[in-house]
Each structure stands twice: as structure tokens, then as C-alpha cells.
Design a protein around this ligand. Structure first.
Ligand SMILES: Cc1cc2nc3c(=O)[nH]c(=O)nc-3n(C[C@H](O)[C@H](O)[C@H](O)COP(=O)(O)OP(=O)(O)OC[C@H]3O[C@@H](n4cnc5c(N)ncnc54)[C@H](O)[C@@H]3O)c2cc1C
Length: 420
């Protein structure tokens, strides 16, 4: 650590991506300043409390490495089977964890539980200073590092301050101020859809099955949330999402039954409804002078393939691994903002990021348009997938986060003892 800087690494944004990264780099012995605009406390918005994330099996293994899994596992439900179907079509795909010799294809975890587990660990971690609420405003390059200008968060009246670090990580979401400050461009595509989320109580047991059902309006995901409840992520055109978010319970449940079908019997609405706009934002470059973008700041994806956070976790862990190796090799000359090392990390991550972004976009666009004749083609495609083991195998490996990060494959193999 260099003493003239406030921290080795400044992470802007304490969402799931930034908090995971802060912990991962602190674990490798670097000092971190984590800057978050909102008060660093338990999520108190009831609609936000409904949010869940489907974690790949690979993310679970990595959370275990950070010692976070025991706290998250209590509120995480395993996905033992993935069932993909299409409305008004016979085609379907079924993937079982048992076929892949893993206890689960993935897990559905409450976002609030993950944030709480991360915050508890961060507050107990001596190498991390949490600066919150404070808003990143500007960045200047200084000799051997960067100086960040921070304003007070929200209406706190906190004074503007400056913080110095040798590397800055932008983990401040899809509209990243760090990305703008660095002058990194991004390609932004609106899907003209919203995700309506809530919690349901199914009449029949879900049996650990995650259902993904494609409809002309967009995909419906019904995921196991607890023994007796399911999380709903329903993608809809914006107007329809607003109507259904405001509809009375009976109307909402009837429309859901029409679109989802009766596989789980009647689906009773038990949670609050929240809705989120959906878009894809892909940055032109994940690195710049003494800077890195991760999570939604680098690539914000449609949730249909449940990959955004899983990809961010792989970014975070590989960056921590890269810094560890560099620290080991460079010794006293170690500089976390070294441009060659950052470029090498970005280069190594690009194939995974591109594959996941393209795979997600393909899923959304293939299954969510209304072109005549496509219904049957999609059904056939699904049917084809269900009988084409190699392609299906690839889907399962992508869902588990095992197919796309060879270095992490090795890590997980050694940790789980599974030969995939
Ligand atoms: C409906 C929905 C369902 C999803 N489901 C899944 C899923 O099943 N699986 C999956 O892998 N992914 C899923 N995702 C994606 C996943 O939620 C995100 O990829 C993940 O939360 C990572 O977000 P983030 O931390 O990068 O950004 P954010 O969550 O946007 O966090 C950014 C943080 O930065 C802070 N911030 C912003 N600006 C500043 C500033 N100037 N200064 C300081 N702080 C700032 C914000 O307050 C916030 O805390 C889903 C997304 C949606 C919308």
C-alpha cells in the first residue's frame, strides 16, 4: 500500500457489483474506499425488498470463497430444474442439475439478503472504508493516481470532499457518472419493455423448478423463492406493465394464468408489485487511464437470461485475481493502476462479456417479437434444443456460469471436486 493515497482502489457504487468487488480486492490485501450515494444501510424500500437474483452455480462457489455464502444461503432457494417453454407451442426444454453432477443449476437469492451480507462483511473489513452517503462528481488524474471529487449524498448537506486512489472502479450502474467522466462511450438500446416483479404463492409445489416461458409480449420467469413461494419477473410492453402493476389482484392473477398456464396450479399474488425499465448498455471500453468499469456501468443486460450480476461477479473476481498476480510479480513496484495490466485484464474478459451480452440479446429478440410465422419456428427451435444434447448442454453450462470463464472453471473444479 502507498501511504500518500487515501486508498489503493476507489470503488464508486456500493450496489451488488461494487460491494462484491470491494470485498474481493480487500481480501487480496489492498485498501479500498467504497463510495456510495445512498446511506449504507439495510434496504428499506418495500418494493425493492421484493427483488431477487438468479445466481449461477459458479456465483455460489465464488461467494463461498468470499465467506458470504452461509449468510446468503438462508434466503436462497436452489434451482434443481430449468423448464423453458413457449406460449401456444408444444416445444419445451428441461434441464436437470442431476445431469450435470451439481447440487443445483443455480439459486434464487433475495437482493436485500445479499446486500445485507455484503454490507456486514464490508463494515467488519479493516481494509475497506465506506464513504456514504457521498456522490461521485468528477475525476482528475494526478501523479501516480486519481483524485475524485465527491459531493454529499441526497439531502444530507454533507460537504464536498476529495479522495485519492491509484485505481478507480466505476460500479455506479447503467448511467455511470464515472463512465461519463472518463469520456468512455456506450451503446444504449431500449427494449421498449419493463420487468414487472413480485412474489407469488403457487397452488402446487414448485419442486425446485425455475420456469421461463416465452410469450409474444416477452418472457415470464417464475422462480423458486422459498419452499412455498415463487419470484415473478414478467417482461411486458411498458403500457401493459403499468396497467398490470396497478390492476386489482383478481385481474392480475387471471392475466398471469392466461399467459403462464397452469403448471403450478393457481398463482396467488402475495407480494408488492414493482416495475423496472429494460435496456442494454454496453461500454466501448472497460478500462481507461487508471480506471475500470464493472457491473451495469460496463454492461447492463436484459434480465431474461439472468446473467447481469453473474457476469459482474466474474468481472470482480477475475480483477481481484489479476491484481493478486500483479502484486506478487511486481513486489515493491506494484501499481494497481498499471495500464498494461488493466489492458490485459480487459482483453481476457472480453470474450465472456461479448458472449453473454450476445446470448442475452439473442434470447430476448428471438422470443419477443411478433413476426408472423415465427411462433412455430421458435417452438421448433425449442423442440430441437430439447433433443440436441450438445446445444442443451451449452445452455445449462451458460446458466450455471461454467461455460464462459475457463480460468474460473479451473478454480471451481478444484473447489468442488466436480469434473465437468
Ligand atoms: C428486474 C431485474 C432482474 C434481474 N435479474 C437478474 C438475475 O436473475 N440474475 C443476474 O445475474 N442479474 C439480474 N439482473 C441484473 C442485476 O440486477 C445487476 O446486474 C446487478 O444488480 C448489478 O448492478 P450494479 O451493482 O452494477 O448496479 P446498480 O445496482 O445500479 O448499483 C449502482 C450503485 O451505484 C450507486 N451510485 C450511482 N451513481 C453514483 C454516484 N455518482 N456516486 C456514488 N454512488 C453512485 C447507486 O446508488 C447504486 O447503489 C436483473 C436486473 C433487473 C432490472
Amino acid at each position: 500500500m502507498t501511504h500518500e493515497f487515501d486508498a489503493d482502489i476507489a470503488v464508486v457504487g456500493g450496489g451488488l457489483a461494487g460491494a462484491s468487488l470491494a470485498l474481493a480486492v480487500a481480501e487480496v490485501g489492498l485498501s479500498v474506499a467504497l463510495i456510495e450515494a445512498r446511506p449504507f444501510a439495510v434496504v428499506d424500500d418495500p418494493a425493492a425488498r421484493e427483488r431477487t437474483t438468479a445466481l449461477s452455480y459458479g456465483t455460489r462457489v465464488l461467494f463461498e470463497r468470499l465467506g458470504l455464502w452461509p449468510a446468503i444461503a438462508n434466503s436462497a432457494e436452489p434451482i434443481e430444474t430449468l423448464h423453458v417453454s413457449q406460449k401456444d407451442s408444444f416445444g419445451r426444454v428441461r434441464v436437470d442439475a442431476a445431469e450435470y453432477d451439481v447440487p443445483a443449476l443455480g439459486y434464487v437469492a433475495a437482493n436485500a439478503a445479499m446486500i445485507e451480507a455484503l454490507q456486514d462483511r464490508l463494515e467488519a473489513e479493516p481494509r475497506v472504508s465506506v464513504v456514504a452517503p457521498a456522490t461521485f462528481e468528477a475525476l482528475t488524474e494526478i501523479d501516480g493516481g486519481v483524485a475524485l471529487t465527491l459531493g454529499g449524498g441526497g439531502d444530507t448537506g454533507a460537504v464536498r470532499q476529495t479522495l485519492t486512489a491509484r485505481l478507480v472502479v466505476g460500479a455506479d450502474g447503467a448511467n455511470s457518472s464515472v463512465r461519463y467522466a472518463l469520456g468512455i462511450g456506450a451503446k444504449h438500446d431500449e427494449y421498449d419493455q419493463r420487468a414487472l416483479i413480485t412474489t407469488l404463492e403457487p397452488e402446487k409445489p414448485h419442486g425446485g423448478t425455475a420456469f421461463e416461458r416465452f410469450t409474444p409480449d416477452g418472457p415470464i420467469a417464475v422462480l423458486p423463492r422459498s419452499a412455498q413461494s415463487c419470484a415473478l419477473v414478467w417482461t411486458l410492453p411498458p403500457e401493459r406493465a403499468r396497467e398490470l402493476a396497478a390492476a386489482d389482484t383478481a385481474t392480475f392473477e387471471a392475466e398471469l394464468a392466461t399467459q403462464f398456464g397452469t403448471r403450478l396450479g393457481a398463482l396467488k399474488l402475495t407480494g408488492r408489485r414493482g416495475s423496472f425499465p429494460l435496456a442494454r448498455t454496453l461500454c466501448d471500453s472497460a478500462v481507461a487511464r487508471r480506471s475500470v468499469l464493472i457491473g451495469n456501468a460496463g454492461h447492463a443486460l436484459h434480465p431474461a437470461a439472468a446473467q447481469g450480476f453473474n457476469l459482474a461477479v466474474r468481472d470482480a473476481l477475475t480483477l481481484a485475481a489479476h491484481l493478486t498476480e500483479q502484486k506478487h510479480l511486481a513486489g515493491a513496484d506494484f501499481d494497481p493502476g498499471d495500464p498494461d495490466w488493466l489492458a490485459a485484464w480487459a482483453e481476457a474478459r472480453r470474450p465472456d462479456q461479448h458472449r453473454i451480452a450476445n446470448f442475452t440479446d439473442l434470447v430476448v429478440r428471438t422470443f419477443s417479437n411478433r413476426l408472423p410465422g415465427l411462433g412455430m419456428a421458435r417452438g421448433m427451435a425449442l423442440f430441437g434444443l430439447s433433443i440436441a444434447p450438445t446445444i442443451r448442454h451449452d445452455i445449462a453450462r451458460r446458466s450455471m456460469g461454467l461455460a464462459v470463464a475457463p480460468a474460473l472453471d479451473d478454480l471451481m473444479q478444484s473447489e468442488t471436486g466436480h469434473d465437468r
